[in-house]
Design a protein. Structure first.
Length: 158
């Protein structure tokens, strides 16, 4: 009779330890990934340097096919989809602006975004040319800012 009780105890302890170890592995696995997901849900994307487009790029086609207009609140980002709305916050003066991604870049190490002239002016970026910024997703994933794409239905390649 005592052997049956000991067996039940051992089975119960084994099952309990198995469940606990499975839960512990889940809780400790990918702490960095969990923190990254938590930040993304609050809108934070990244931090780095922002710059703005030189005058010589005005009117040129961006990667989305749209022409660069210095009077529109637009930006270049290396990975985010075109049309994504970004809130750019200048960490030096806490000024912010919402821009729409319509281009790729910047291609300089440490830089996370290039903004249009009007956005740079609002961020007080014109004198220095560069500023440390934080990027956040806007409340909506796609910008409500003025969108006018001049992209034909067929491919631009060719």
């Amino acid at each position: 009779m005592q052997q049956v009780g000991i067996r039940r105890l051992l089975v119960g302890v084994s099952v309990g330890l198995g469940l606990l170890s499975g839960c512990a592995a889940r809780a400790t696995r990918g702490d960095e990934d969990t923190a990254e997901r938590a930040s993304a849900t609050r809108g934070y994307l990244e931090e780095g340097l922002a710059s703005y487009y030189a005058d010589r790029y005005n009117g040129r086609a961006t990667a989305s096919g749209e022409k660069l207009d210095p009077k529109k609140y637009t930006a270049a980002h290396p990975k985010l989809p075109f049309g994504t709305c970004l809130k750019v916050v200048n960490m030096e003066n806490n000024r912010s602006v919402e821009v729409r991604v319509n281009d790729r870049g910047p291609y300089v190490k440490g830089r996370v975004v290039d903004v249009s002239f009007v956005a740079a002016k609002k961020l007080d970026l014109l004198d220095k040319g560069l500023a440390r910024v934080r990027l956040y997703r806007c409340a909506t994933r796609t910008s409500q800012l003025d969108v006018q794409l001049d992209v034909p239905n067929e491919s631009r390649a060719g």
